[in-house]
Design a protein around this ligand. Structure first.
Ligand code: SF4
Length: 410
């Protein structure tokens, strides 16, 4: 896991919960991928150590157990870098250029730039999807088409332009912006900057392009047979298998071909209904205190059609209810379901029940967090010991690799 900041509930449900189960059933190695954090954040090293520390606290306070799994920090096992270097010698460049996540990350960077640029020109980006066709909604809401734009439409149009079969179509996108009501001059300027500016240059590095090779080394150096991943990571596991095959064919069969263990993606949205993410400022963190959780829950979007308490609601389109189904006991959930539909419960009351459920869930994590924070050096030591253990295994594999490749043995 890349140490890029505090963990939130989405991370817990999508990754940590699964790890807690896996550590009971397998010999697991979980590591803090600090070198991977540098692949696109190489300028932001000031916060790296603190992020690693926060990750140690987050993992341990959730119950990731150093007695059951090896926990370590990637950059402490230099053998990852050595194997990655050797793999880079045998990996065709085209395998990396075709890597889909490379393009996705580029899309996100460009899109973020576009949003920031428009916001800087006082063009308001409205996050709630309009209830009717775009043009109609704009006219009804403001009558001032030039100052507002709906996020959903903007993103969809930009996505179409970016993933155009004939390559990125920024020119066509400019026309779409103008159709959206953006002044021609502004549309021209933003498109020019996207085409010629510095956007995306940060990931135009060898390190970023080659990070799947480092990932393959991370996995294969422990001869891992299984890697728990989300669907978006499947191409990386396939690449790892291809690198292992290529190495085994060229030299000697050293590496097994690991299998992906598909983890279901967590369906927990952020408090505004979009994907939970630090950059959207819509996340509930594992380290949030009771008061913060209460206030975030009060801000949550509910069924947009339910204006008054006397209106019947629809829990199926309500984020608060999504959270209830995960964090509240099933009896209360079915009561809320019925009461909401019959307008027998108000949203504020419903949110208070949710805040209580979330605080009950987070309380034991908060208590462990306090203990760990009070004695942080002891827990950092646990990761250092884990790093030693991992290094012992990694260096055995490297001896085999050097022998297979007929390299000098030091
Ligand atoms: S009562 Fe609860 S489930 Fe129903 S709309 Fe309000 S917050 Fe959502």
């Amino acid at each position: 896991m890349r140490p890029t900041g505090r963990l939130h509930l989405g991370h817990y449900l999508g990754v940590i919960k699964n790890w807690l189960k896996l550590q009971e059933e397998h010999q697991c190695k979980f590591f803090i991928a600090d070198w991977h954090a540098l692949t696109n954040k190489y300028k932001e090293t000031d916060s790296l150590k603190e992020n690693i520390r926060q990750m140690i606290i987050d993992w341990l306070s959730c119950g990731i157990d150093p007695e059951k799994a090896t926990l370590f920090i990637q950059s402490g096992v230099k053998e990852h870098a050595e194997l990655s270097l050797l793999f880079s010698m045998i990996t065709p460049k085209s395998w990396l250029e075709l890597n889909p996540s490379y393009k996705d990350l580029k899309f996100n960077l460009y899109y973020q730039y576009l949003r920031d640029f428009l916001a800087g020109k006082q063009i308001k980006i409205i996050q709630t999807p309009p209830p009717q066709p775009y043009e109609e909604a704009l006219e009804k809401s403001t009558g001032k088409q030039k100052s507002k734009i709906f996020e959903d439409y903007l993103r969809e149009a930009f996505h179409k332009a970016f993933y155009n079969q004939k390559g990125i179509d920024f020119k066509g996108f400019k026309d779409v912006l103008i159709k959206f009501g953006i002044q021609k001059k502004i549309a021209q300027e933003v498109v020019k900057n996207l085409e010629e500016g510095d956007v995306g240059k940060d990931i135009d590095t060898v390190g970023f392009l080659a990070y799947p090779v480092l990932q393959a080394a991370d996995i294969l150096i422990y001869k891992a047979d299984t890697v728990p991943v989300g669907e978006d990571q499947l191409p990386h596991i396939e690449l790892t298998r291809e690198i292992a095959r290529r190495f085994n064919n060229l030299y000697e069969p050293v590496f097994p071909e690991p299998q992906a263990l598909l983890t279901e993606e967590a369906k927990l949205p952020g408090i505004d209904g979009r994907k939970m993410s630090k950059s959207y400022n819509n996340a509930i963190y594992l380290s949030d205190d009771e008061e913060t959780v209460n206030s975030k829950v009060l801000q949550m979007k509910t069924d947009p059609q339910r204006v008054r308490k006397t209106d019947p609601g629809n829990p199926e389109v309500c984020i608060v209810f999504d959270y209830h189904t995960i964090f509240t006991d099933s009896q209360t959930v079915s009561e809320i379901n019925a009461k909401c539909r019959n307008a027998e419960i108000g949203c504020v009351e419903c949110k208070k029940i949710l805040a209580e459920s979330l605080n009950n869930f987070l309380q034991p994590i908060r208590e462990r967090r306090k203990e760990i924070e009070a004695d942080i050096h002891r827990y950092e030591k646990i990761f250092e010991e884990g790093t030693e253990k991992a290094r012992a295994v990694a260096s055995e594999t490297m001896s085999e690799v050097r022998k297979a490749m007929k390299l000098w043995q030091f």
